[in-house]
Design a protein around this ligand. Structure first.
Ligand SMILES: Cc1cc2nc3c(=O)[nH]c(=O)nc-3n(C[C@H](O)[C@H](O)[C@H](O)COP(=O)(O)OP(=O)(O)OC[C@H]3O[C@@H](n4cnc5c(N)ncnc54)[C@H](O)[C@@H]3O)c2cc1C
Length: 434
């Protein structure tokens, strides 16, 4: 075993999140030094990589995972903690994009993605503050009409009965703000501490035989029947490669990421609030997200803090004044919450595709990529792991449904930045003027 020489979460320059600070067990793995041989090599130690590793190891495959920093350094340790049903695009848009039949299959797999989280939590006794219940909030009448149509569609087309419409008065029982005209309550969605969940899965994967290496960034991939993944001090030879770097993929060819853009979002977490303060903002205790293109999303953590996410920079730039951005969004929504301190603020990158459905594909016969979960990855990453495992083990029907989704290229340089800035402005204006 190589010596442990690295604890990036404790590094003074690491911009740690509330999740890192409140996770007590953070497994540490060695740096890759020398050559490893395995069946499957996975690049990236977030929920996609770990879920793929665990599922594959359970089917008897030898798996080696290389992580460039620490397990959970990327979006899986920097998110809103909201487990949301379905996909980032609404159901009407999904039906327009892939048709009714495929939408029904995609919807049932998205339901399975949430069930899989609960199955894993129960099976492995992972303590990660999992709770059910969720509110989608409408900031204007056209969003409210859409939520009502979605509610009907879910019931009539997908036999999903866990949602109910909240009018302007009843939504205040869940979230006390004048900003919402109505909403949709969904008992099928919910929340959890994503990093504790990830660490729990990692522990199980390690015990199932997965070999982990941290501080081991993949810097080169060479193909053929055997794939070689090079890191600074070693290499992994494998029959199959899974690329699970998502928005944090670094050091490899850009061509792997033609279908996604990296969107910066900002999250802030307050110091613990009093029961009176919590009751004055989120009396229902369930997470909330509005339906804007550039949305606010928030929830109360199990240690009674308000965790609030907002903002979107389509060029993936660092937000300059994260604290004032989050503070202003909170005050705008909840002017009654006059005294609060933000103890943590951070940026994270979301990988978004044009149609807001994830890209789960076989890029070459033995190279898989799963990315572009478009802000809905906490559940869908687990599904990606299951589908890739099925495909590698010769069962391809469900994987093929995702693989057949047509993803359009994102604009390439030199047009990329002006086009993305224009798209960002248009979305802001749409949110403002509706
Ligand atoms: C601010 C924010 C809020 C979000 N809120 C929510 C939410 O409330 N609900 C929801 O469902 N989703 C949310 N998401 C999205 C969700 O977090 C992601 O979809 C999900 O975590 C993606 O997991 P992943 O494993 O694919 O990627 P990541 O968790 O980003 O993991 C990728 C890993 O790959 C590693 N890596 C990259 N390049 C290399 C390399 N060359 N070699 C080795 N390792 C490499 C990285 O270091 C990283 O650890 C949010 C995301 C962000 C950023």
């Amino acid at each position: 075993m190589n010596p442990i020489i690295f604890d990036q979460f404790k590094h003074p320059k690491f911009n740690g999140t509330y999740y890192h600070a409140s996770s007590n067990s953070s497994p540490i793995f060695p740096k890759l030094i020398g050559e490893e041989k395995t069946d499957i090599c996975i690049i990236g130690g977030g929920l996609t990589g770990i879920s793929s590793a665990l599922n594959l190891a359970e089917t008897g495959q030898a798996v080696t995972l290389v992580e460039g920093m620490r397990i959970g350094s990327g979006a899986s340790g920097r998110n809103g903690g909201q487990i949301v049903q379905g996909y980032s695009c609404d159901i009407e848009t999904m039906i327009k994009t892939v048709g009714q039949e495929k939408s029904a299959l995609l919807w049932s797999m998205a339901r399975e993605a949430i069930e899989e989280i609960d199955r894993r939590i129960n099976l492995h006794e992972i303590s990660c503050a999992r709770q059910s219940g969720y509110v989608f909030a409408a900031t204007n009448n056209s969003q409210f009409k859409l939520l009502k149509r979605i509610n009907q569609k879910l019931k009539n087309t997908f036999n999903y009965e866990a949602t109910s419409v909240l009018d302007q008065n009843t939504i205040k029982k869940w979230v006390k703000t004048e900003s919402y005209v109505g909403g949709l309550l969904d008992y099928g969605s919910g929340q959890f501490h994503s990093l504790k969940y990830l660490h729990g899965l990692t522990e199980v994967a390690k015990n199932t035989g997965v070999q982990f290496f941290e501080d081991s960034k993949a810097i080169q991939i060479s193909g053929g029947d055997t794939i070689t993944v090079k890191t600074a001090h070693g290499s992994v030879k494998a029959k199959t490669l899974i690329i699970a770097g998502n928005a944090y993929l670094r050091g490899l060819e850009d061509t792997l990421q033609r279908k996604i853009i990296r969107v910066t979002s900002t999250v802030g977490v307050t110091t613990p609030l009093s029961p009176t303060q919590i009751n004055s903002v989120l009396p229902g205790g369930v997470p909330v997200a509005d339906c804007n293109n550039i949305l606010d999303y928030f929830r109360i953590t199990d240690d009674k803090r308000l965790l609030f996410g907002a903002g979107a920079d389509y060029l993936g730039r660092e937000t300059k004044n994260k604290k004032s951005l989050i503070r202003n969004r909170i005050i705008n929504l909840f002017p009654q919450l006059n005294e609060f301190d933000l103890e943590y603020v951070w940026n994270g990158f979301i990988a978004a595709t044009k149609n807001q459905l994830p890209e789960i594909i076989c890029a070459q016969p033995n190279i898989y990529i799963a990315q572009g979960f478009s802000g809905h990855g906490l559940a869908l990453t687990g599904l990606a792991g299951i589908l890739i495992t099925e495909k590698i083990n010769g069962v391809s029907e469900r994987f093929d449904i995702f693989a057949s989704i047509n993803h359009r290229d994102m604009p390439l340089h030199p047009y990329r930045n002006p086009l993305l800035i224009a798209a960002m402005l248009i979305n802001k204006l749409k949110d403002f003027y509706h």
